[in-house]
Design a protein around this ligand. Sequence first.
Ligand SMILES: NC(=O)c1ccc[n+]([C@@H]2O[C@H](COP(=O)([O-])OP(=O)(O)OC[C@H]3O[C@@H](n4cnc5c(N)ncnc54)[C@H](OP(=O)(O)O)[C@@H]3O)[C@@H](O)[C@H]2O)c1
Length: 305
Amino acid sequence: MVRTISLSDGKKIPAVGWGNGTQGIQKSGRKAIDLGVLALKAGVLHIDTAQLYGTEKETGEAIKEAGLKPEDVWVTTKISGSKVQNNLESIRENVKESIDLLGFIPNLILIHWPKVVKDGDVAKFWQHLEALVEDGTLKGCSLGFSNFRPQDIEAIMEVAKIKPVCNQLEYHPYVVTHLDPVIKVQEKYNIVTQAYGPLQPIVSHPTGGPIKPILTRIAEKMSKETGKKVDEAAVLYLWTIGKNVVAVTTSGNPENIKKMAATEDLPDLTKEEMEEIEQAGRKVHYRRYDHMNEGYPKVDLPEDI
Ligand SMILES: NC(=O)c1ccc[n+]([C@@H]2O[C@H](COP(=O)([O-])OP(=O)(O)OC[C@H]3O[C@@H](n4cnc5c(N)ncnc54)[C@H](OP(=O)(O)O)[C@@H]3O)[C@@H](O)[C@H]2O)c1
């Protein structure tokens, strides 16, 4: 059974997604299409792509090659092009290009970051996206954004007829304190968080920091209890999902892709385990991506542990 998270428009998004952002793909030296087929065949029926990654075509092809139909898979793409102008026709052309490359209308389209809209006029941009849903260009597609700060969200909520369903943010235990102001606004409007970079505490933090021994202990305990090889990454996925946050991760390694899919068969973390990881994470500020810096409050926490 695939875990899902409910969105405010009534749809359910698979809680774990495989992203084909170029970094993970380049590191592996494999092609987005081959890795996409691996992820889909392993059972990860959620692909996160973007115009910026240049992998929309491969996303559509991977679905075909895996013997699946678009309706079997959740696909998110993102409007990333800074060349897109803030008028209906330009946005329509931009969105149509994505649809042509994918070969179908995605389940969800995000504004990749607030600066995609050059003049900062995100509300107008949102209204143009709404018009594309209403005229059928984006029929059935949910709308959302990524890396949006409280002020960007409030600007959209002032005009939105179609409510944004999610905000995709770098999200893991070492940024939860920093994210408090934006999460508070999202809770007000029932906007789900999608985590990108959910594994950064174990893949890019220099030591793994204070949550590392906790993840190791829980992984060992769960391995014994389930008879399966559970690693720290699996515990971080379970922590993310336990927060009702969608985990958008990636891997170019077939073994790790299989482990990602196998998370579905693991039990949820207990309340105490969720809390222990969060409290240890909240004491540190560590972030891999710098998208939430400009125009967003800093946090007074140590960065070097
Ligand atoms: N909206 C945005 O602005 C934005 C920004 C960044 C990323 N994203 C999206 O989020 C996706 C994921 O981002 P991310 O790369 O930062 O995610 P992440 O989940 O933090 O890290 C992925 C890394 O974890 C490693 N990994 C996977 N399973 C593992 C395991 N079991 N044990 C140890 N290491 C493991 C992978 O390496 P191996 O390949 O060796 O397995 C990969 O390099 C991207 O592809 C993209 O779709 C969005």
